[in-house]
Design a binder for this molecule. Structure first.
Ligand code: PLP
Length: 398
């Protein structure tokens, strides 16, 4: 066949999450939506802040078509980048210049650009990901010509296993991706974990004589439910690139808006930023949506109300652990990562499905024997599902 078979493979194989989501729609038409407990998809259930919607209306009524719908510069509107840079500097005590920010169509684009900017295929570059990890990392890394290397976590708390991480670094390691709060576990990596991780990165960078870049994938940064803080990685490691997205933090996943921030203290940082610009150009990720760039600049302090997610987390965690399920209490994101009885994720997924509960078997997330429950649903769905989870537990743990 005269076209790219790798791309054909990616396009023709639907992800398991999409597969389940489609099944959920069919099943809802058969037995009624209220009888299907769909926890498959990470689509925010909390609405975007009112401020965001009001700003869109005001912008449409008051601003020029060129500002709202025209091209911006490839890396994004300079004023918008200045507002974002100020906000990052105030919140995290760094000194980012707007000239080290690149506006993108969300974290997926941010990651694809960073990986393309850093990875040199001809050198056999490797990128380390920490299990459990967002499955698309594999697609993005391989598309940039890199090799995926998986570091397994400490199973007791799903924090990074520093010894395992250290053993996975080779002279070919170019980058590592850290995602905290984590999809699919909801775990926030502790400051101690981050300090240790960065110590190893510094030691290995100097041992091998080249920087190992830290890519911080942060779409869930604002979704935390306890008094834990999510360390800002630039404050721990200079060779950091932050991939941020407003998809979850402002409940705007369909609007495709986010950014890349290059640490001002990065070695040769301005040139890395230029490689980011080049990668954006080569991938066609230039000029992120203009209207939403303007919205972000005016709603820089807006926040979604995370109380509903917290309520769902508490209901699910408290009840599921009481029924006998084994899971780490998530501090952030909107996922609960549950150990499958007998460590057979697929069998557990099928059993849950028979109770009309739809969860995602997670073997593809780099850690075998778990399912993910995305609790970005209505509270009603959670409450409705509890008796089904209890019946499932009786069946599994009898
Ligand atoms: N990274 C992680 C960990 C995610 O969970 C997601 C989306 O669910 C993304 C990146 C991509 O997000 P975006 O919608 O900003 O492209």
């Amino acid at each position: 066949m005269g076209f790219n078979q790798k791309m054909f493979g990616l396009g023709s194989k639907r992800s398991i999450i999409r597969e389940i989501f489609e099944y959920s729609k069919t099943r809802a038409s058969e037995i009624g939506a209220e009888n299907v407990f769909d926890f498959s998809l990470g689509n925010p259930s909390v609405p975007a802040p009112a401020d965001v919607n009001d700003t869109i209306r005001t912008l449409l009524d008051t601003q020029s078509s060129v500002l709202l719908h025209g091209y911006t510069s490839a890396q994004g509107d300079a004023n918008v980048r200045a507002v974002i840079a100020n906000s990052i500097n105030e919140r995290f005590g760094v000194k980012i210049s707007p000239n080290m920010l690149y506006m993108t169509c969300g974290a997926a684009a941010s990651l694809s650009i960073c990986l393309r900017a850093l990875i040199e295929e001809e050198k056999g570059d490797e990128c380390i990901v920490f299990a459990p990890f967002f499955t698309e990392y594999r697609v993005f890394i391989e598309n940039a010509g890199g090799k995926v290397v998986i570091s397994t976590p400490l199973e007791s708390n799903l924090q990074i296993d520093i010894a395992d991480f250290e053993s996975k670094i080779t002279p070919a390691t170019k980058a590592v991706i850290v995602n905290s709060p984590n999809n699919p576990s909801g775990v926030v990596y502790s400051e101690q974990t981050i300090v240790e991780l960065c110590r190893v990165l510094k030691e290995k960078s100097s041992e091998y004589g080249h920087p190992i870049y830290l890519i911080a994938d942060e779409p869930y940064r604002e979704l935390v439910y306890s008094d834990v803080t999510v360390p800002y990685l630039m404050n721990y490691y200079d060779n950091t690139l932050v991939c941020y997205s407003y998809s979850k933090s402002l409940s705007l996943p369909g609007e495709r808006i986010g950014y890349i921030a290059v640490c001002p203290k990065m070695e040769d940082g301005m040139n890395v930023y230029l490689a980011v610009c080049g990668a954006g150009r080569s991938l066609g990720y230039v000029c992120a949506p203009s209207l939403f760039q303007q919205v972000i600049a005016r709603c820089i302090d807006a926040k979604v109300n995370v109380d509903a997610y917290k309520e769902n987390r508490d209901l699910l965690y408290d009840n599921l652990t009481a029924y006998g399920y084994d899971c780490v209490k998530p501090d952030g994101a909107f996922y609960l990562f549950v150990k499958a009885p007998d460590k057979d994720a697929f069998a557990f997924y099928e059993k849950a499905k028979a109770h009309e509960i739809l969860v995602v078997p997670c073997d593809d997330f780099g850690l075998k024997g778990y399912v993910r429950i995305a609790y970005c649903t209505s509270k009603q769905t959670v409450i409705g599902a509890l008796p089904a989870f209890e019946a499932l537990a009786r069946e599994c743990f009898a």
